[in-house]
Design a protein around this ligand. Structure first.
Ligand SMILES: Nc1ncnc2c1ncn2[C@@H]1O[C@H](COP(=O)(O)OP(=O)(O)OP(=O)(O)O)[C@@H](O)[C@H]1O
Ligand SMILES: [Mg+2]
Length: 544
C-alpha cells in the first residue's frame, strides 16, 4: 500500500481485516511529523459493516453513517468520501490501493446508511444517504436491487497499542499542549489581554526597580487566577526578579505559614546578594546559617517581614514579586498587615510588587472600609471567556505546536459547549488534540468525539460540586436556582423555596464561600460554572 501525499485524503479498496469479505473502506493518509513517516490508515468516517462478494459485477457498499439522537454531540454529521477503485475486481488477498479519487465531502443528515454502486469496471456512483429502515441492509430479493448477496462482518475491535489511529492519533499525545487542571498554565491565555497587560506593567516596573501598583485578580472558581499568577511569576523570574508565592489558608495558623514562606523568600533574596547589609532589618538577623526569623509570627511580625523584604529589594536593587492566591480565605488578618506594609514600601519607592487573587468577594471589607492602603490596589475581574477568547485559547496552540488549523465550526462548538469556562476549554483542547484524525485540520467529526469525552469529565465535575453543597436549605436554593436558569434575584428564589431572607442567609453564604455560586449583582445569585443548572435539572440529584 503506497502512502498518499502527507495529509491528503484518499480511498482504497482493501481486504477487510477480518478476512471474511472484501469491501471498500475509506482510507486517509496520516503524517506523523514526529516520527518522520506517513501511514495510510482506515478512516473513521464510517464503520464498514457489510460488503459485496468480490466476483459480482455490481457491488453495494454499506457504511454505517455516524449519528446519534439529536442534541448529542456525537450527532454532528461526518464527512463521507467516495471511493473510485481502478481495479475492476477486488479479490481476496489483494489488499492494494486501487485508486486515489477526488474527495467528495458530503454530510449525512443523521443516522442511516450510505450506499454506493460500483460497476464491473470499478467505477462508483453515489454515495447516497438513506435514513434508517428506508433500505434494509440485506435486500437481495428486492426488485431492481443490485445486491446479489451481502453479509454482516461484525465489528473489528482493534488494539490501540497496535493501531495508533484508534480514537485519533494524528497528533503525538506527548506533545499535547493543553493543560486542564487546577493552577496549570494554559498554552495560551484566551481573552486575558487586560489582565496580562496589568501584570506585565508590574513586572517591567519591578525589573526597572520602580514601585508598581498592586493588583487583585478576582473571579469565580476555575477562571484561571492561579494559572495567571503562576505564569506571571515565570515571566518575572525570566527577567531576574525574585518571586515568592503564598497560598492563603483559612486555618488559624495561616499567618505562621505565610510568614515562613515569606521568610524563605527573604533568605533567597539575601543569599542572592552577598555582602548586602542586613543592618536595621527588624525581622532578620545574620546567623551562622544565614538570616533567621526573630520572634513569633504574629501580625506585627508579618508586617515587619514584608517591610524588610521590600527594604531588601531596594538595597539589592532586585525587584521582588509577591503573589498571594486565595486571598478570600485569608481574611483581613493577612491582608491588613500585608497591604499596610506594601503601601509603606511603595511610598519609599521600593521595587516590591504584590499580585493577589481570590473569589469575587475577596477583600470586599477592606474596600468597603475605604482604608487608604487599598488605594494602590487595582482590581481586575476575570470572567468567562468570550467567543473570541475561547477561539484563541484553542486555535493558537494547535497552530503554534502542530501547524494545524481548527475549523471555525469547531471553535464555535467548543465555545457553545464550554460556555467559555477556562477549565472546560482546556478539557476540550486536550480532547481535540488526542482525538485528531488529521494532523493539519481539526474538523467537526473530531469535535463530536471530543464532546463525548469532555461530557464525561464535566458531568463528574458537576456531580462533585453537587456533593459539596451542604444539605438542607443550600440544596434547596441550588435546585431553585437551577429551575430559574442558573441566575436569579434572591427574592424570587426565596419565594420558590418559601423561607425568609434571614433563614436563607447562612445557606446563601455557604454557597458563595464554597465558590458554587457568586453574586453578579447585589441581591442576585448565580452559579459560577456554566451548565450546572442543566446538569441539576437533568440529573435531579438526591433530594434533600
Ligand atoms: N485564559 C485562559 N484560557 C484558557 N484556559 C485557561 C485560561 N486561564 C486559565 N485556564 C485554564 O483553566 C483551568 C483553571 O485555572 P485555575 O486553576 O488557574 O483557575 P482558578 O481561578 O485559580 O480556580 P480556583 O478558584 O478553583 O482556584 C486550568 O486548566 C487553566 O490552564
Ligand atoms: Mg486557583
Amino acid at each position: 500500500m503506497s502512502p498518499a501525499a502527507s495529509g491528503a485524503t484518499t480511498t482504497a479498496a482493501v481486504q477487510h481485516r477480518c478476512g471474511s469479505t472484501v469491501g471498500l473502506t475509506a482510507f486517509r493518509s496520516v503524517a506523523h511529523p514526529s516520527r518522520g513517516s506517513t501511514d495510510v490508515l482506515p478512516s473513521r468516517s464510517g464503520v464498514h459493516i457489510g460488503g459485496p462478494e468480490p466476483s459480482t459485477s455490481t457491488q453495494l457498499l454499506l457504511y454505517e453513517a455516524p449519528g446519534c439522537p439529536a442534541g448529542d454531540p456525537q450527532s454532528v454529521p461526518d464527512r463521507l468520501e467516495q471511493a473510485t477503485p481502478r481495479e475492476p475486481s477486488l479479490s481476496r488477498g489483494n489488499p492494494q490501493v486501487t485508486g486515489c479519487p477526488p474527495v467528495v465531502p458530503k454530510l449525512s443528515p443523521g443516522p442511516g446508511w450510505l450506499r454506493a454502486h460500483a460497476d464491473a469496471q470499478g467505477a462508483l456512483s453515489g454515495p447516497w444517504f438513506a435514513p434508517p429502515g428506508r433500505w434494509p441492509l440485506h435486500d437481495p430479493g428486492r426488485p431492481g436491487s443490485s445486491i446479489t448477496s451481502s453479509r454482516a462482518l461484525g465489528r473489528w475491535v482493534p488494539n490501540p497499542f497496535d493501531d495508533l489511529t484508534i480514537g485519533g492519533g494524528a497528533l503525538a499525545a506527548a506533545a499535547n499542549p493543553f493543560r486542564p487542571g487546577m493552577g496549570r498554565i494554559p498554552p495560551d491565555f484566551g481573552g486575558r489581554e487586560d489582565a496580562l497587560l496589568r501584570a506585565r506593567i508590574v513586572v517591567e516596573q519591578l525589573a526597572a526597580a520602580v514601585a508598581p501598583e498592586f493588583v487583585l485578580y478576582r473571579g469565580v472558581r476555575g477562571v484561571g487566577k492561579t494559572a495567571l499568577l503562576a505564569y506571571v511569576r515565570q515571566r518575572a523570574r525570566e527577567l531576574g526578579l525574585a518571586t515568592i508565592h503564598v497560598e492563603a489558608d483559612r486555618d488559624d495558623t495561616e499567618l505562621a505559614r505565610a510568614t515562613s514562606v515569606l521568610f524563605r523568600g527573604l533568605e533567597d533574596v539575601a543569599a542572592a546578594a552577598p555582602g548586602l547589609s542586613l543592618a536595621g532589618l527588624a525581622t532578620v538577623r545574620s546567623g551562622s546559617r544565614g538570616p533567621e526569623l526573630a520572634g513569633r509570627a504574629d501580625a506585627e511580625r508579618f508586617e515587619g517581614l514584608i517591610g524588610d523584604l521590600a527594604e531588601l529589594a531596594g538595597r539589592s536593587s532586585r525587584g521582588v514579586l509577591l503573589t498571594i492566591d486565595e486571598v478570600h480565605e485569608a481574611g483581613d488578618v493577612l491582608l491588613g498587615p500585608l497591604l499596610r506594609a506594601a503601601h509603606a514600601a511603595a511610598q519609599d519607592d521600593r521595587p516590591f510588587g504584590v499580585l493577589l487573587s481570590g473569589l469575587p468577594t475577596a477583600a470586599e471589607n477592606l474596600f468597603d472600609e475605604g482604608q487608604t492602603y487599598t488605594e494602590r490596589l487595582a482590581r481586575v475581574d476575570l470572567g468567562l471567556l468570550d467567543r473570541a477568547g475561547t477561539a484563541e485559547a484553542i486555535r493558537r496552540p494547535f497552530d503554534r505546536v502542530a501547524g494545524a488549523s481548527v475549523d471555525v465550526a469547531v471553535l464555535d462548538a467548543v465555545h457553545d459547549a464550554s460556555g467559555g469556562y477556562p477549565w472546560f476549554v482546556q478539557l476540550w483542547g486536550e480532547a481535540l488534540w488526542d482525538l485528531a484524525t488529521d494532523p493539519l485540520h481539526i474538523e467537526l467529526p473530531v469535535a463530536r468525539a471530543a464532546g463525548a469525552r469532555v461530557r464525561v469529565r464535566v458531568d463528574d465535575f458537576y456531580a462533585t460540586r453537587w456533593r459539596r453543597v451542604p444539605s438542607g436549605r443550600a440544596q434547596l436554593l441550588v435546585q431553585a436556582l437551577a429551575e430559574q436558569g442558573g441566575e436569579a434575584a434572591m427574592g424570587d428564589l426565596l419565594e420558590v423555596v418559601d423561607i425568609t431572607h434571614q433563614a436563607a442567609s447562612p445557606a446563601r453564604r455557604s454557597l458563595l464561600d464554597l465558590g458554587i455560586c457568586w453574586a453578579p449583582q447585589r441581591g442576585r445569585l448565580a452559579f459560577s460554572v456554566p451548565g450546572f443548572e442543566r446538569w441539576v435539572l437533568a440529573t435531579r440529584p438526591a433530594e434533600v
